[in-house]
Every structure is written in structure tokens, then in C-alpha cells.
Design a protein around this ligand. Sequence first.
Ligand SMILES: Nc1ncnc2c1ncn2[C@@H]1O[C@H](COP(=O)(O)OP(=O)(O)O)[C@@H](O)[C@H]1O
Ligand SMILES: [Mg+2]
Length: 525
Amino acid sequence: MQADSAVAVSMRGICKSFGTVQALDRVDMDISEGEIRALVGENGAGKTTLMTILYGMYRPDAGRISVWGRRTGRDWSPRQAIKARIGMLHQHFSLIPNHTVLENVLMPQLGWTHMRPRWHHHRAVLEGLCREYGFSFPLEARVESLSVGQQQQVEILKLLYQGAKLLILDEPTAVLTPQQTERLLELLLRLRGQGHSVVLITHKLNEAFAVADSITVLRKGRHVATVARKDSNPRDIAFMMVDREWSAAPDWELEAPEPGALLEVEDLVVGEEHQRPAVDRVSLVVRPREIVGVAGVAGNGQTELAEALVGIRRSRGGRIVIAGQDATSWSIARRLRAGLRFIPEDRHLHGMVGGLSLAENLVMDRCDRPPFSARGVLRHPVIRQAAAEAVERYGIRAPSPETPMMNLSGGNQQRAVLARALAGSPRVIVAHQPTRGLDFAATEYVRAELVRCAAQGVGVLVFSSELEELMLLCHRILVMYRGRFIGELGRDEFDAGTIGLLMTGQVPDGGRRDGQGTRDFGQPA
Ligand SMILES: Nc1ncnc2c1ncn2[C@@H]1O[C@H](COP(=O)(O)OP(=O)(O)O)[C@@H](O)[C@H]1O
Ligand SMILES: [Mg+2]
């Protein structure tokens, strides 16, 4: 028998729900010794949840796990997983920035008192590992002085030092440059060469095909397929990742857009100086009554684009025009007054202040103006009245308008964020993942509101990682990849397979192609 046929980990029938969201539905997965397994799927498919269950951070609602032939018990925890030689590199690093590499790697294992006596021994072991795997940072360097790529290597060194034989890496290349990515993938091959197993969570199919022996696809919490790399190709995998049931155009009646433009973006560039821009010369137009969708795998510049449009983030080049006026250098408040509204991706970060009441949150962005304040003094009765109306109109379920926002359910928080965004007279709405984390009813409600606003003449730009949502709502869909629009589809061309391919950077046969950048896309025909 080949070494790679021995099973390292076996998961059977894993189920996990968070509230009403079923994150995993009877998922099976085996991982062999000495293999690199790519675990792919769209955002929210359940990849992280499945692997954090294997790592003992969440307990599954049902299912069983065996690790090197032994069933895990009910007390399975990260501590036990580490003992069983499983290591996990999370999306957010867990290093202490002002400590040295040595301290970060050794401390969780040993504590200072135990470490001192055998300091030289531990050091020598680590130096050996660094040589073996080609890590070039000094062990005395403070972690904060290292590049992101090196910090990731420190995390991997820590896992290896803890004895990990199976390494789980959750979207490790999301934070890396192409060169760093190249090095990481080489490292994974070297780890496999030493007999390690690796689970690489990614939605970049080129990475999966560069190093993986086999590929597991999850979609909406279900295991779709596990295939050997040599028996597959990126096109087939992309098809498995996206929801085929939605490949026919939905028949939601949308009003025809009007001529003119409420939002125009020309050659917009967003990002740090001297780095590859997150948004790279993007152009688009949103007309009155039009709903334009932006599809893409997370991390391809959508957040930066949305935030630059509403003014949270500065642009580095190009122009933003709101209802005919150049708004490129306008403040957030000025854009708001011009009728630009934002439904943010992360309502906890940008959408609300949890400690303030529902009423205060509802008028937050307008409370410096009449009728909510007069001569610098807040007029609480007026605020309460407006809040009561919004609560009624948007069906926000709350004990009272004075209830702190953080005590409302996610669905009701989002209704409140929506109520505020749609108050006054919006002309352009930028909705970023407007239904993420909402239950069915709240999701339907938010979508219907966006369609209703468009029907009244508002221009809507929706960013969503859910193709189903975009295909339901939009007149046109633009697909964003590595900071650019790489394709555009009109409503009669909507096809989940095609959009899925574009999302992974592949231009389908016969599709529109644009070598220079974005100029062909984003403009209505
Ligand atoms: N701690 C949590 N609380 C509530 N919902 C969660 C939590 N973790 C994940 N989810 C939900 O479970 C689903 C799967 O999420 P996740 O495993 O993070 O997907 P992926 O890693 O494939 O993007 C998503 O709908 C997500 O919103
Ligand atoms: Mg994840």
C-alpha cells in the first residue's frame, strides 16, 4: 500500500447550525496521510466551519470524527487536536506583535519557567525547522517587524514545532502578494514531501490546481464532490461551486431603467501608494431605476470600491460623479446630502452603534439637522416620533425605541440600518452584502425594498457574494476580479456557470474580453 492511502482524518455526517443558518449538512470528508487537499467553495459554503470543527473549536450538532483511527470524544478541543498532531492556521493571525518569533513559538507550549533551562535545545530545534523549510527570519526578530508573509511562516513554524502532521490553512493566500503566494505553495509541497497532510482552504482555483492532490467542493453546507486533481479541471470545479439551480434567468419583474446617470465612476483607483491597487481603474454607470450588481469572490476589491464610493475610503485616481456633480473629493456627509446611501457589509462596524438606542441609530446620520436638532440641541420628541414611524414602516421588532441596538436580532438590526439608509430621499443606494446573515423573511424584505426603491427612480448598486441574489435583483451584473471588472452580463444573459467562471478569473469561450482594463464594462450599452 502507498503511504498516501492511509487515512489521517475521517469525518462522517457532520452537521452544524448557527441559529437558523445550517452551516453544514451531513458532510463527509476523509483526508489521507501525505496529501494536499484543497477545500473550495463560495463564501459561506461552510469551509471554515468544517475545519474549525475538526480542530475542536466548535462541536458538531451531529456526526463523528476519527483522527488517526481514533474516535474523538465529546470533549474534543483545540488542545486535544494539537496533541493529536492537527494544527490550524486561521484567517486572522494569533501572534503577539511586540514579542519575538522565539517567544511567540515557544511560549504557548512551555511558559517561561519551563523554557529557560532548555533554551538552547529549543532554539536549536527551531533553527533546524527554519533551515528545513527555508524560513529566513531571525528568531529574535519582533513579529511586528516582519512582513505578512513572514508572519505567516512564523505561524506555520509554530504549528510544526507543536508537532502538527496535518496542517489546516484557512485562506492563507488572501493576505499575500503573488510572490509570497508562490513561496507558500512551494512550502506546502515541501511539507507534503516530508509526509505531512495539508488542507488548503481557498476559493482560488489556480492555487488548488497548482498544488492539491485532490479537491473537495462544498456548496451551501453540503459536500458536492471530492475529485482527484488529475481527473478534473477548473471549469468543472467552478460549476460545482456555484448554484446550478439558478442558471435560468429569474422572472422577477423589474422596471426598465431610464436614460441618464445617477452614479458614474470613471477609472477609479483605490489602494495604498506603491502597491497593486485594490481597485484598478474601474468604471461604471448606474442609471435611474437601475439595479446593477457586482459579483466576485470576496477580496477582489469589492469592499474597497464600495467604501470609496461612499467616502469611507479615499480614492487614488479617477472620478466619482453623483447625480451629475463631481463628488470625488466630497466628505461622507456631503455625499449623503446629495442622496447617496450606504448599506454596509459589516453592520457592526459601519452600520450601527450597539450601545445607542434604536431611535438614536435611526437618525444618527441626520441628527445634526432640522427637524432632529435646533440650534445644536437634539429634539428628542421629534427623534422618538421618527423612530416610531420607521419601526412601524419597516416592521422592526423591538421592545421599544429606547432598546439598545445591540439587543436586537440580526434581522431587526438590518431592518433598522435599511430604514435609516432609505430615509429622506435617496437617489443612489450602495448596498454591500445587504442580506448577509439574515434569515429568509428578512432577506426577502431587504430585497423587496431595494426593488421598490429602484422602481421609484433610485439607482442601486448591489455588491453580493450570492449569485442567486444578484440574478434576482439586477438589470446587469459586473464581475470583479483582482480589482477590475472582467465581464458584464445583461439580465437575459444571466448564467451562474458563466458568472462563476468569471469570478475565478476565467473568461468563458465567446465571452467579452478586455485586456486593458475595465473600459468595456460597467457602461450601459
Ligand atoms: N459563529 C457563527 N455564528 C453564526 N453564523 C455563523 C458563524 N460561523 C459561520 N456562520 C455561518 O455559517 C455559514 C458558513 O460559514 P463559513 O464556514 O464561515 O463559510 P466559508 O468559510 O465557506 O466562507 C455562513 O452562512 C455563516 O454566516
Ligand atoms: Mg471561511
